[in-house]
Structure formats: C-alpha cells, structure tokens
Design a protein around this ligand. Structure first.
Ligand code: NAP
Length: 255
C-alpha cells in the first residue's frame, strides 16, 4: 500500500458503526492500522464487530452513542479518549432516512431526521473539533453526506435538506478550523446497498433507478474505501472543505 494511506498509530471514532457503511469503515480503518472506536446505539452489534476486529489482530473498542444527545456524545468521547488517549479521525456517519412526500412529512419526522443527520453530526463535529484543537495536533473530520444534498427526488425532503446543510457545514468548519490543523471533508455517496435502503433498492421502483446510474449498478460499502482512506490519512494533508462524490456517475445523469 502507498504508505501515506497508512493509519498506524492513529485512532478513529466512527459513528453509526453498528451497520452498513459505518460498520464496514471500522474494518477498513482497522486493516489500515488504526485503533478504532465503533459508536452507535445498538451496542450488541458494536461489541460483535469490535471482537471480530480484535480476532484478526486489529485494535477496536466500542462506545454507546446517541448523536442526538450532547451528554451521550460527551460520554462516548470520554470513553474513547480514556481508552486510546487521543482521537485523530472522526467519521460522522450516523444517519437515518424517512420516506414521505413533502405535503405529508410530519413535524416529528422532520425533527427526527434533522436532529440525527444535521444536529447530531454538528454535536459530534464540535466535540471532535474541541478535542483536536486542544493539543494543537489537529485531525480529520469526515462527514458522510449524500448526492441527495445536490440533486433531488421525491419523498426525501428532510433528508435532502439535512445532507445539503451538512455538506455546506463541512466547508464552514474547514474554513474555521484550518488554523488548528483540523481538516474537514465530506463524502457524498450515491446508492450504496445497506439496511437504510435495501428494501427500496430491491423493489421494482428501486431496480428502475439502476438505469439512471451510468455504471449501471448500485454501490457496495467497499466502493467508498478509497475516498475514506484518502480523507482519513496524510495522503490528503492539503485537502480541506472538499466533498468527494462516489456514485457511479449518478450525479451526471438526467432525472
Ligand atoms: N446507503 C446509501 O445509499 C447512502 C447514500 C448516501 C448517504 N448515506 C449515508 O451514510 C450513512 C450510513 O448509512 P447506511 O447506509 O450505512 O445506513 P444504516 O445501515 O441504516 O446505518 C445507519 C447507522 O446510523 C446509526 N444511527 C442512527 N441514528 C443514530 C443515532 N441517533 N445515534 C447514533 N447512531 C445512529 C445506526 O446505528 P444505531 O441504530 O445502532 O444507533 C446505524 O449504525 C448515513 O448518514 C446515510 O445517510 C447512505
């Protein structure tokens, strides 16, 4: 491996690590040499993956985390810092979707999606920023946004609004935190098959969506490995405020 992508000696905290993309990233980071903290609400799944990483020679721990609660964010950081000393990389990956047309979205659905996908990511980023600025060693914050923050479709108003806002927040934080050697970047995935969308992607409507993807396939979590390892590692030391789109060309296609 090109040595700049090596994460040996670094510690990464990954939110939403109990399934899908976050769970996959925890294994990717561990195999690149990082200590990994898996964080989410379903701790049984976190423990299972941490044990799996440990059994293959990696170094992993877990922390219960509800990103909508500042107290929970605080506790997860405290546990991670106590275990590994410092956190160098934070992947803001926790997220939920909701499926209703704009006329039908309830206020509680709106709040649930915005509280998790935007406010939650903000709480985690702010805690990470304070930690990384404190000892002047900096770090890398990676926000998982979505191509739905850039293009539109029906039924995803709160989700698309939250992801567009997080994409823009990425640039604001990059601008403010460069002075602390903290890099803040984002990855905007297209359709990656996980629990969040498996039912939809396997439905007749989902299958039609393949035709809109120039590469004519949905992505798998491992399709994001190149982007996440780049942004986590010193290979991207002059990148901040960037969003890497990983979507098989989906953004380039017409509706
Ligand atoms: N799959 C795609 O096509 C796609 C495309 C673009 C962007 N994304 C984004 O990628 C990220 C990961 O999604 P995924 O596809 O891997 O879906 P997923 O398998 O459903 O994973 C979502 C993760 O978020 C966690 N989570 C949800 N609410 C949380 C909360 N309040 N506090 C802490 N963790 C919470 C869940 O863990 P617990 O329930 O255990 O807490 C779970 O681990 C999301 O931000 C999603 O919007 C996905």
């Amino acid at each position: 491996m090109y040595s700049s992508f090596d994460l040996t000696g670094k510690t990464a905290l990954i939110t939403g690590a109990s399934s899908g993309i976050g769970n996959h990233f925890s294994k990717t980071f561990a195999s690149a040499g990082a200590n990994v903290v898996l964080a989410a609400r379903r701790t049984d799944r976190l423990k299972e993956t941490a044990a799996e990483i440990g059994s293959t020679g990696g170094n992993a721990d877990w922390a219960r985390l509800d990103v909508t609660s500042r107290a929970s964010v605080e506790a997860a950081f405290a546990k991670s810092i106590e275990r590994f000393g410092r956190i160098d990389i934070v992947v803001n990956n926790a997220g939920i979707a909701s499926a209703s047309y704009a006329l039908d979205v309830s206020e509680s659905d709106w709040d649930r999606v915005l509280d998790t996908n935007l406010k939650g990511a903000w709480l985690v980023a702010q805690r990470a920023g304070r930690h990384m600025a404190e000892d002047q060693k900096g770090g890398s914050v990676i926000n998982i946004v979505s191509i739905l923050g850039r293009r539109v479709m029906g039924g995803v108003a709160p989700y698309a609004a939250a992801k567009a806002a997080l994409d823009h927040l990425t640039r604001v934080l990059a601008y403010e935190w460069a002075r602390y050697a903290i890099r803040v970047n984002a990855i905007a995935p297209g359709y990656i098959i996980t629990d969040i969308n498996r039912d939809y992607l396997n439905s007749p409507m989902g299958q039609k969506a393949i035709r809109k993807i120039p590469q004519r396939r949905f992505g798998q979590p491992q399709d994001l490995d190149g982007a996440v390892l780049l942004l986590a590692s010193d290979a991207s030391s002059y990148m901040t405020g960037s969003t890497i789109v990983v979507d098989g060309g989906h953004l380039q296609s017409s509706m």
